[in-house]
Design a protein around this ligand. Sequence first.
Ligand code: FE
Length: 195
Amino acid sequence: MSGTHTDATISRQVRRLETLLEERGIVVGAALDEMLDAFLAGASPVNGARVVARAWTDPAYKERLLADGTAAVTELGYSAGGVQPQRLRVVENTEDAHNVVVCTLCSCYPVRLLGPSPSWYKSEAYRSRVVREPRAVLAEFGLRLPDSTDVTVWDSSAETRYLVLPRRPADTAGLTEDELAARVTRNGLIGTAAL
Ligand code: FE
């Protein structure tokens, strides 16, 4: 950015552009936030995958990640935040507990860690159904969980975004952190897939 522009000036200009685009019906606020986030941050599921690979290989990091996701992703150079400050909460899948993320109100999503959200995440069907019948929805994604596994659905908001820490696949002993990261999928980070 040019040194002649302060951050405050840029923020005002972005906000004004946003308002104009919304007034003309070109783009709605949530979608625009997501586009701006992606543009500003090199947003990609590769980022979330690297966070997970670190947690799998460094127990102390995993502990910090689960205690305070916002701070822990900053350690790896990522930001949880969007245009507005956001809190990141990381929820861990285990043998007994599975987590899945939704935004029932709109489409809140940790864009910087996952890239732009898939269209199904924003769909009315996913947003309404995953809360009511998570097991049925997960089965449609090809993920069939045993009855003994508790399923928790996390509802995102403008203030709090969620990232799932998937279970590390059994056949990955001895893989490097980069190799582990390559095994992590976007849907695994949302909780609609296991790895
Ligand atoms: Fe939302």
